[in-house]
Design a protein around this ligand. Structure first.
Ligand SMILES: O=C(O)CCC(=O)C(=O)O
Length: 292
């Protein structure tokens, strides 16, 4: 593995040559990664997609070091796992890290990933809703079934999350699982993450006949899922942390809708400050990350 050096200083590549690691990995963040028409169609039909070899091992090493440092610095959850509720056991959740760290900002502002989001949503461009690191601790519990958009006061369904595991993620580490095509299901859209959403949605998705996609993630593989696609994750049965970074994107012309629950009221003031109901969102908290 390449030795990483801070601030663009030279490092030693696996082939023994001197390379400017930081600059070359950061370049990859902005280089385009093109999709096939089949991949766009798959996403449209299933509401999620898993894409292999989107990020190189060297870039992931850099992202792991950069993001994990901030997760440890910003984490405020110190209760033992057994004293937390189901949501609290699922992961350490550190949100909008780009605001606190210029290095994380460069990662979150990746044009490669924002263009992928734009192409999958089939829109002209995307803004950031917020980022979040989701670190499932050793022995951490399941992430219950849910749809993210329950939390968001956003007027259209043109929203997508990129889920980026910072290591290869075998089954025992708790990879993200999807219910293919479930973005059309209306049942359960009013449920926040918890024991009730897990139980009710498990039954509803099973009786609706949706395919449950449960697979490991290779190193470099990422997934994208729509805001209304139901998803979950298994427990972390290992003694290692499951490290994941996510970014939530929305159509660049997204409008704010009237909030429909308390969580949406809180998200409005937290992630969409100054935005007005019925108007398009363009605050400094929601930067435009890619546009054709
Ligand atoms: O990482 C997890 O366990 C859950 C992720 C998730 O729900 C999401 O990214 O929307």
């Amino acid at each position: 593995m390449v030795e990483l050096c801070a601030g663009g200083a030279p490092g030693v590549s696996r082939f023994g040559g001197m390379v400017d690691i930081t600059h070359s990995v950061l370049r990859e963040l902005d280089e385009p990664f093109d999709l096939t028409q089949e991949q766009v169609t798959f996403f449209k039909e299933n509401g999620f997609i898993k894409l292999k070899q989107v990020l190189s091992p060297d870039l992931l090493t850099y992202m792991d070091q950069t993001i994990t440092r901030e997760v440890h610095r910003l984490n405020t959850q110190h209760l033992p796992l057994e004293q937390r509720d189901t949501y609290g056991k699922a992961f350490l959740q550190i949100m909008n890290i780009w605001v606190y760290s210029p290095s994380v900002r460069e990662i979150v502002f990746s044009e490669r990933l924002a263009k992928l989001a734009t192409d999958l949503l089939e829109v002209e461009g995307v803004r950031l809703y917020h980022d979040q690191a989701l670190y499932k601790e050793p022995g951490g519990g399941i992430t219950p079934w849910h749809a993210d958009q329950y939390y968001w006061p956003l007027a259209s369904d043109r929203t997508v999350t990129v889920w980026i595991p910072l290591q290869a993620t075998p089954m025992e580490l708790g990879p993200l699982e999807f219910s293919a095509g479930s973005f059309g299901l209306q049942t359960g859209r009013d449920l926040q993450i918890g024991d009730e959403s897990q139980q009710k949605l498990q039954d509803a998705l099973k009786s609706g006949g949706y395919r449950h996609v449960v697979e490991p993630f290779e190193l470099g593989e990422v997934s994208f899922h729509l805001g209304w696609t139901f998803h979950r994750a298994g427990a972390n049965k290992t003694d290692r942390m499951r490290k994941v970074m996510t970014m939530i994107y929305m159509d660049k012309d997204m409008r704010l809708k009237s909030p429909e629950n308390q969580n949406q009221i809180e998200d409005w003031s937290r992630w969409l400050p100054g935005s007005l109901i019925g108007e398009s969102i363009h605050s400094a908290s929601n930067p435009l990350l890619f546009e054709y």
